[in-house]
Design a protein around this ligand. Structure first.
Ligand SMILES: [Zn+2]
Length: 276
């Protein structure tokens, strides 16, 4: 006998399952990832795996539905460019990067799709830290036209003050070891010294990663994500569907603020945020 799945993923839900989950909690999650170098011991998709896991666990715990993810994010512009040169040298990063106007315009129309599908709280979780200010700028302009709640956050922001985020070091590899131990091989950490790929953006403390530390980070992340979702409250009012033309007007407002797009700036977002 075939049993019906208990998935929380939009693309795997049957219509009656979607309706049940939507009416119980009109919350949608968009996990945003990136294929990016994460040293020699971890898979390229670390950021995506983290974001998907957090969204799926949050949907099971706090209700809601997880929208299809994407393994592409903003890279190579602004502060990203010198960072990439510093951690990669001249080695091909095998990167899934796109410029900000491509991702932010797509994001705007994703928000429209979510609102029109009946969701009232839209949760964006990026496993790639640094772009979240621009995701929030898009959300801010969207909610000026469409009255939904948006939570937009990078995973290190969820544990700020408890754990120190990093790139491909103990913080990130520990999480991947807990979620997908088959995607981590700590025996590869020393390759940094001998491989023609060089450092390959590996963190200095990658060898200290452990699944147990990853579990603790992820548990703290989930608790904070839940706190932020529950703080949005529930609004029963459903706005009329947003047209493509009306969404294009929102895009013009976002483009008018291009001088504020963080991903076009050479200002390091971590330095800027730590001074807040
Ligand atoms: Zn990462």
């Amino acid at each position: 006998m075939i049993t019906v799945n208990d998935t929380v993923r939009w693309e795997e839900l049957l219509p009656h399952q979607f309706e049940t989950r939507l009416s119980a909690a009109p919350v949608v999650y968009l996990p945003l990832g990136l294929c990016e170098p994460h040293g020699h011991a971890a898979a390229f998709g670390l950021d995506t795996v983290k974001a998907v896991w957090l969204c799926e666990q949050a949907a099971r715990r706090y209700g809601g539905i997880v929208a299809p993810t994407q393994g592409y994010q903003i890279h190579e512009t602004g502060y990203h460019a010198p960072w990439l040169a510093a951690v990669m040298g001249k080695v091909n990063p095998r990167l899934g990067g796109v410029p900000p106007d491509v991702l932010l315009r797509m994001l705007l129309f994703q928000l429209r799709a979510f609102a029109n599908a009946g969701f009232r709280t839209l949760v964006l979780v990026t496993g790639h830290h640094g772009n979240q200010a621009d995701l929030r700028l898009v959300a801010e302009e969207f909610t000026r036209t469409c009255p939904v709640q948006v939570v937009a956050v990078s995973d290190p922001e969820l544990v700020r003050g408890r754990h120190h985020g990093d790139h491909a070091g103990r913080y990130e590899l520990s999480q991947l070891m807990y979620i997908r131990p088959d995607l981590v091989d700590l025996d590869r950490v020393p390759d940094r010294a001998t491989s023609p790929l060089g450092r390959f953006a590996q963190g200095d403390d990658a060898a200290d990663a452990s699944a147990d530390y990853g579990r603790r980070i992820l548990e703290d992340s989930l608790n904070e994500l839940g706190r932020r979702i529950l703080a949005t409250g529930t609004d029963e009012h459903s706005p009329p569907p947003l047209t493509i033309d009306a969404t294009e007007e929102i895009w013009l407002r976002i483009v008018a603020r291009q001088s504020q797009w963080r991903t076009l700036s050479d200002q390091d977002p971590d330095l800027a945020e730590s001074t807040r």
